[in-house]
Design a protein around this ligand. Structure first.
Ligand code: NAP
Length: 251
């Protein structure tokens, strides 16, 4: 009898998570886990589960109960809680864990970036601006709710819920975005600053180029660190190689 396939749990919600599921499909059993925040998420190939696990204990239970052999945390670099939970759960289960984190963006010539450590600090950095393109997502808008004298253009996949700034227009859009589109938004809305998380990746990078071209600053929220002791990979290829290594699956 064939031995059962290695079961890999991918904590997802990112482009890289979907790409990894595709690369591993057929070689191992893959279950992708989504938080369930987005109303109509892009689904990866393979098995999918949706919703929180119920903290560290819930994740340990799920991993044990479903015979998971390895976990790849491919969540967004700013999804801090689930990454912390994964680090704890992997230690308890125990099961090997890899954090897949695409590289952050790097400022180029002509960029005027103002780096800050949090959304709250980003809100504090907006005093000199009048019309701000806020691209940090639907969650975390509360940090900007008290900012006065600024008109916000908020881009999100789904409509946000309060608290959010009073003076706000909403742009319901999902990436990837084009340079042409980002230029048009900045010009049409007379944007004088962009706020972004350092998400990295190509899908949402054109706004950085458009801001540079328009000569406007970008307030960039620095990433939280990968939890201590967790091995990290920067690309899907590296992550697939890690799965191969820990599971002994042939490439
Ligand atoms: P978070 O604050 O780190 O997590 C909050 C809780 O949501 C977790 O404790 C967990 O609930 C649940 N959760 C999060 N990701 C999950 C997943 N992949 N599978 C199952 N449960 C998950 O997360 P977040 O910042 O709200 O992000 C939620 C999801 O959206 C992530 O999967 C992330 O990849 C994606 N995303 C986030 C951002 C961002 O800027 N934060 C941007 C794009 C996409 P339990 O404790 O009950 O397990």
């Amino acid at each position: 009898m064939e031995p059962p396939l290695t079961h890999v749990l991918i904590l997802g919600g990112t482009t890289e998570a979907r790409e990894l599921a595709e690369v591993l499909d057929g070689r191992v059993r893959v279950t992708s886990s989504l938080a369930g925040r987005v109303a109509a998420p892009r689904l990866p190939v393979g098995e999918v589960r949706v919703g929180g696990f119920g903290g560290v204990e819930g994740m340990v239970e799920w991993v044990r109960g479903h015979g998971v052999d390895a976990v790849v945390d491919a969540t967004h670099p700013f999804a801090e809680r689930i990454s912390f939970n994964a680090a704890r759960a992997a230690g308890v289960a125990p099961v090997p864990l890899l954090a897949l984190r695409r590289p952050g963006w790097v400022a180029g010539e002509g960029d005027d970036w103002r780096e800050v450590g949090s959304l709250e600090e980003a809100a504090e950095a907006l005093g000199e601006f009048g019309r701000v393109f806020l691209t940090t997502g639907r969650q975390g808008l509360a940090a900007f709710a008290h900012v006065g004298g600024v008109h916000f253009l908020v881009r999100a996949v789904d409509a946000p819920e309060p608290p959010f700034p009073d003076d706000m227009d909403i742009l319901l859009q999902r990436g990837p975005f084009t340079l042409e589109g980002e230029r048009e938004i900045i010009a049409r809305h007379r944007i004088d600053a962009v706020v972004t998380k350092d998400s990295g990746g190509a899908a949402t990078a054109p706004k950085l180029v458009a801001a540079r071209e328009a000569g406007i600053p970008v307030v960039v929220v620095r990433r939280p660190p990968v939890p201590e002791g967790v091995e990290a990979a920067a690309t899907v290829v590296e992550a697939a190689a890690w799965v191969q290594r820990v599971s002994g699956v042939s490439g």
